[in-house]
Write a protein that binds this ligand. Structure first.
Ligand SMILES: NC(=O)c1ccc[n+]([C@@H]2O[C@H](COP(=O)([O-])OP(=O)(O)OC[C@H]3O[C@@H](n4cnc5c(N)ncnc54)[C@H](O)[C@@H]3O)[C@@H](O)[C@H]2O)c1
Ligand SMILES: [Fe+2]
Length: 388
């Protein structure tokens, strides 16, 4: 490593019940009129209630945008931004999974700039300032509360990212109480997404750095140590385990925001985009196959081997190949134990679809350049065939 730059969310609170502090924290940021961005599922469960009560008690006016959809399309961003402008919001709260938090970032930014959404896709294209922004994740997955990244679906199925330090939230509020009722399938998919963030950050080609490495290792320790438990009936309501999952997902977010993700995400995006497969599940479907592909590169195999004892404490391996193989086997065993689908065919994908997926994956050069092994169209096609 010759140089290092690292950016993250400035303030983090991790405590069960922490969402009841929203009012006082928003007040500290000078917010008087806040737009809370969430989705209909989270709203129906009443999860924002304690936060809304605290905002009311702090004398902060609230408008709720609750039409977020998974893998949010551009039209929802435009709709939410218009609502924030109408309401004359001077602050934004993202309250939900990655989809709500990603919209919230753009709602905090777009009303304060003359730039259009279409101009700011890509890395470092957003300019100007944004409103104060607090993020309250209700899934332990994306880490969006600590990344300057918003992922939006453009056109029919393509995912594009706005990547800018401007989008980094001011405060991340991790409240495990909000995740106690998270269904097993969402817990499993979002938890594996977070693990993929940590693994891809650790093996990223250009910006690997000691801070992201340390965060990725601790994230993986927390996530792999708790994911089976929180996906079980007895563990689902375990506050400590849920809190550790939130913390793990956030640490993984801090890692990959500074050491970006690669081919697992690049190949997962077309799967999610075309077949409406949840983001975490599409990552889980691609993970073992991309890792197996990357093993041909010695540095990647060595890095996977370094991660093996993090997931398998107390075990040692007498070669990089053995360690990397053990990591791969453990990840497959986790995916199996948390009952996620393991084959593309189980989510409605057939052989005819694979060339389209491989072609679309090639559009994700922003991510592919970070992969330890170069991925061309033919490679992508082969990886999808193995995942079928
Ligand atoms: N910004 C980033 O850095 C980043 C990183 C990875 C992924 N993403 C994006 O984030 C999105 C995925 O986010 P996600 O996986 O968190 O899912 P999500 O936000 O799409 O939510 C998935 C579902 O879970 C439900 N849900 C959320 N919290 C719940 C709770 N506590 N209890 C019960 N149900 C709950 C929601 O209602 C929704 O139906 C994708 O668009 C993906 O591309 C962004
Ligand atoms: Fe992800």
């Amino acid at each position: 490593m010759s140089s290092l730059s690292f950016e993250t969310t400035r303030r983090v609170y991790c405590e069960p019940g922490a969402s009841a502090r929203l009012g006082s924290l928003a007040g500290e940021l000078g917010i008087t009129r806040v737009m809370l961005v969430t989705d209909p599922g989270v709203m129906k469960l009443g999860l924002p209630q304690a936060g809304l009560d605290s905002l009311k008690a702090a004398g902060i006016a609230v408008s709720i945008y609750d039409r977020t959809e998974a893998d949010p399309p551009e039209k929802l961003v435009h709709e939410a931004v218009a609502a924030a402008k109408d309401f004359k919001a001077d602050g934004v709260i993202g309250f939900g999974g990655g989809s709500s938090m990603d919209i919230a970032k753009l709602v905090a930014f777009l009303p304060r700039t003359s730039q259009q959404l279409s101009e700011v896709y890509g890395v470092g294209n957003a300019k100007g300032s944004r409103m104060p922004l607090i993020q309250v994740p209700t899934t332990a997955g994306t880490g969006s509360e600590v990344t300057g990244i918003a992922i939006i679906t453009t056109g029919e199925a393509e995912k594009k990212g706005v990547v800018s330090p401007l989008l980094l939230p001011d405060i991340a509020l991790l409240d495990a109480d909000l995740t106690l009722g998270l269904p097993r399938a969402v817990t499993a998919a979002t938890g594996v997404d977070a693990m993929v963030h940590a693994i891809e950050a650790y093996t990223t080609k250009h910006k690997k750095n000691p801070m992201s490495d340390a965060l990725a290792r601790e994230a993986l320790r927390l996530l792999s140590g708790n994911i089976r438990h929180v996906c079980s009936e007895t563990g689902a309501k375990d506050r400590k385990a849920r809190s550790d999952m939130l913390l793990g997902a956030m640490l993984a977010g801090m890692a990959f925001a500074n050491a970006p993700v690669a081919a697992v995400h690049a190949l997962a995006y077309p799967v999610g985009g075309h077949f409406h497969v949840p983001h975490g599940l599409s990552n889980a479907l691609m993970l073992p196959h991309v890792l197996r592909f990357n093993l041909a590169v010695d540095t990647a195999a060595a890095q996977y081997a370094e991660l093996a004892p993090v997931l398998l404490p107390g075990k040692s391996f007498n070669s990089a190949a053995a360690g990397a193989g053990a990591l791969l086997a453990e990840l497959e065993s986790i995916i199996d134990d948390v009952k996620l689908e393991k084959q593309l065919r189980q989510v409605g994908i057939s052989h005819n679809h694979l060339p389209m997926l491989a072609k679309d994956a090639m559009n994700q050069q922003r991510l592919l350049v970070n992969n330890p092994r170069e991925v061309g169209y033919d490679d992508a096609l082969k990886i999808y065939e193995q995942a079928l």
